[in-house]
Ligand binder design. Structure first.
Ligand SMILES: Cc1ncc(COP(=O)(O)OP(=O)(O)O)c(N)n1
Ligand SMILES: Cc1ncsc1CCOP(=O)(O)O
Ligand SMILES: [Mg+2]
Length: 233
């Protein structure tokens, strides 16, 4: 079944998602930071400053190409900072590492494992997120499997990851209208292009490059995100 067939089956007016308008009944959109691809010795201080600069709901440790013992060693001080600032600490890719670190949650891509298994292993309090690319079908499957959020992207070009999928903004309104599970927008999001994602219904903006590579520094970028209409604590 295609995503369009879902609209037919649900007897939806095909244009309804484009007309979705975020209003005061929907909680403010929140910032979800994804770590830089490499963590150097000074990163803990950079992270602290970024988390102090504006509201951040979550921090995901996303390190590729290094083994889990090394990631665990890098994780602990960062996890402590997040705990201190009341920011959820999410591990990318690995249910086992999330368990070992007693992280607040795990983010799973379509090849990273199953949300039901993650729930069994990590327990009812864990925040479990699932990559759904541009697919309503994957998002509904993730919701049924008990995901705490579904992630759509990449909305904009990004140098952080090679991406194949480019959802339309309307997937955010479609999801928000039909389901309670929060949705995340990811991929090339900057303070300058964030507003349409927020207006379209994103509950979280997941951001890496535009924060860590900001010319005036990560803290300034977090501050700019806080000023985007519809963003909040
Ligand atoms: C919040 C969030 N959304 C999407 C992704 C991408 O996950 P995945 O598709 O598994 O790709 P990698 O990040 O593992 O390269 C994410 N990490 N976080
Ligand atoms: C991990 C990931 N998944 C889809 S796009 C992306 C990269 C997000 O980083 P950036 O905010 O730098 O585009
Ligand atoms: Mg992954």
């Amino acid at each position: 079944m295609t995503d369009e067939d879902f609209d037919d089956e649900l007897r939806l007016d095909p244009g309804f998602a484009d007309r979705f308008e975020r209003d005061e009944k929907k909680p403010a959109c929140q910032l979800y930071l994804i770590s830089p691809p490499r963590i150097d010795a000074g990163f803990a201080e950079v992270l602290k400053a970024a988390l102090d600069a504006g509201p951040v709901a979550a921090f995901q440790l996303r390190l590729k190409g290094i083994d889990e013992h090394a990631i665990a060693d890098l994780a602990r001080p960062l996890q402590a900072i997040c705990a201190d600032k009341g920011v959820a600490f999410i591990v990318n890719d690995s249910i086992g590492l999330a368990k070992r670190l007693n992280a607040d949650g795990v983010h799973l891509g379509q090849e990273d494992g199953d949300a039901r298994e993650a729930r069994q292993i990590l327990g009812p309090q864990a925040q479990i997120g699932v990559t759904c690319h541009d697919s309503r079908h994957l998002a509904m499957e993730a919701g049924e499997a008990g995901a705490d959020y579904v992630a759509f992207g990449a909305f904009y070009p990004t140098e952080t990851k090679e991406t194949k999928h480019r959802p339309e903004l309307s997937i955010l309104g479609w999801w928000s209208t039909l389901f309670e599970v929060p949705c995340v927008a990811i991929g090339g999001v900057t303070p300058d292009n964030a507003a349409p994602l927020v207006a379209a219904g994103a509950d979280f903006l997941a951001v890496s490059g535009s924060v860590w590579n900001a010319p005036d520094g990560p803290a300034a970028a977090v501050k700019r995100f806080a000023a985007v209409p519809g963003m909040g604590a």
